[in-house]
Design a protein around this ligand. Structure first.
Ligand code: LLP
Length: 418
């Protein structure tokens, strides 16, 4: 691949330096269009929330706004970023298992539309802090339906001991929390939220989640007269990192979710009005690439290493989740990939390996290696380990490039040091 989004890779590297995150903006727009087109229903109001933790910056928030989508945030910092992008605060859903009093106060001051309340203590805190709110604060309750999605342990979120949400097994707390929310003068309790994990390939995991949510909503209605108007299914739709990955196509997963919700709504005699989903990864992952420059090549008895000028500081996912990536070498697409390499980063840590094994053409210092599918949880989880400055982020579209986040300098990294 000599190009991303119509832009020459070598020219991008020369202009902005490496490592460099590059997003094919057209690709993001295609996915946003696909969600917008397919997450539509005759039965329900529908909404797609972009989970900004996957990649949060002003440029992406502006795109989300252009496509009329809602925004999922998990911190004061993500609210601030949305605000800086001019995003409509009423369309924000504020998540998190431990929102601080300062964050809640800030969100209320900014008129954030919906709080996804995680537990009873948080509901009580929100009640207290919203006493003088000058608008109606919408609230969903995060519940844990106990669906096991088969994904990495760190990104499973709905097992019974999860730190997120209230388990269906703890009905007493669910009932009390709803009671607290319903008795707040400024709060409108809308319904349930759940999120069962990330990088999910199996539609049946979502099917089971939906069935459990609707059955529980019926139980709540029959037992306590609680009306659930909104159900938010969460995110978790997989992206394709390597040829071994086969994510459910967006149109199919949207249809499946809405069909299952309609069936369950009818079957349980409910009157749920609105269905929401909140994809993060599937919107930005495949549109993102990281360009690295190859440095040293090292051969040991069992391996050929190629070292690159970034690593776990710009992509922690291989070290943290054993995540796998595919890569190409710019300009060597037609050369035989006949050597097995380990692509290693430059951080002082043996675990700083971006790709354990990949067949590549013979590598030389100065070659540009492009890792694919790095658009989600790359920049957003980047660190300053070894005091490596964060790379720049560039959006490319129709043969033009635009810088959306500048590369950090050494001065940035010490600017706050007293
Ligand atoms: N909604 C909630 C409540 C979430 O916790 C998450 C992700 C999402 C939506 C978006 O999920 P997605 O569609 O992106 O799978 N750092 C990990 C992923 C952590 C996901 C955390 N929650 C990784 O790099 O794989």
């Amino acid at each position: 691949m000599a190009e991303i989004g119509g832009m020459n890779i070598r020219a991008l590297a020369a202009k902005y330096g490496t490592p460099l995150y590059v997003y094919d903006e057209g690709r993001i727009c295609d996915i946003l269009n696909s969600y917008r087109e397919h997450f539509q229903s005759d039965t329900f109001e529908t909404g797609v929330l972009y989970a900004s933790k996957a990649f949060s910056c002003k440029a992406i928030v502006k795109l989300i706004a252009e496509y009329g989508m809602y925004l999922d945030v998990v911190s004061g910092g993500e609210i601030y970023t949305a605000k800086q992008a001019g995003y409509d605060m009423s369309k924000i859903f504020f998540h998190g298992n431990n929102k601080t009093p300062e964050e809640i106060t800030y969100a209320l001051k900014e008129h954030v539309g919906t709080f996804v309340v995680d537990n009873l203590q948080e509901a009580e805190l929100l009640k207290e802090l919203s006493e003088n709110a000058d608008y109606t604060v919408h609230a969903l309750l995060r519940v844990n339906p106990g669906v096991e999605a088969h994904t990495h342990n760190y990104i499973v979120t709905a097992h019974v001991d999860s730190k997120f949400g209230i388990s269906f097994l703890n009905e007493e707390e669910i009932v009390k929390t709803i009671e607290v929310l319903k008795t707040c003068p400024h709060i409108a309790f809308d319904g349930f939220h759940a999120h069962i994990g990330s990088q999910i390939f199996d539609r049946n995991a979502f099917g089971e989640e939906i069935r459990k949510l609707f059955e529980y909503a019926k139980h709540m209605k029959d037992t306590y007269g609680t009306d659930i108007k909104t159900i938010n299914i969460g995110g978790g739709f997989a992206a394709r990192y390597t040829a071994a990955d086969a994510p459910i196509p967006t149109d199919e997963v949207c249809r499946f979710i809405l069909d299952t919700c309609r069936e369950e709504n009818e079957k349980n005699g409910l009157n749920v009005h609105r269905i929401l989903i909140e994809p993060g990864r599937s919107i930005v992952a495949e549109a993102g690439y990281t360009i690295y420059t190859a440095g040293g090549i090292k051969t040991t008895p069992n391996r050929h290493y190629v070292f690159v000028d970034g690593g776990m500081s710009d992509n922690i996912r291989p070290a943290l989740y054993q995540a796998e990536y595919d890569a190409v070498v710019d300009g060597k697409e037609n050369e035989p990939a006949n050597t097995e390499y380990t692509v290693a980063g430059k951080c002082c840590e043996s675990g700083d390996i971006l790709i354990q094994k990949i067949s590549l053409p013979d590598m030389q210092r100065g070659d540009l290696i492009v890792l694919k599918t790095t658009g989600a949880y790359g920049y957003s989880m980047a660190s300053h380990y070894n005091k490596l400055p964060l790379p720049a982020v560039v959006f490319v579209k129709d043969g033009t490039d635009r810088l959306v986040i500048r590369r950090e300098t050494f001065e940035h990294m010490t600017a706050l040091e007293v």
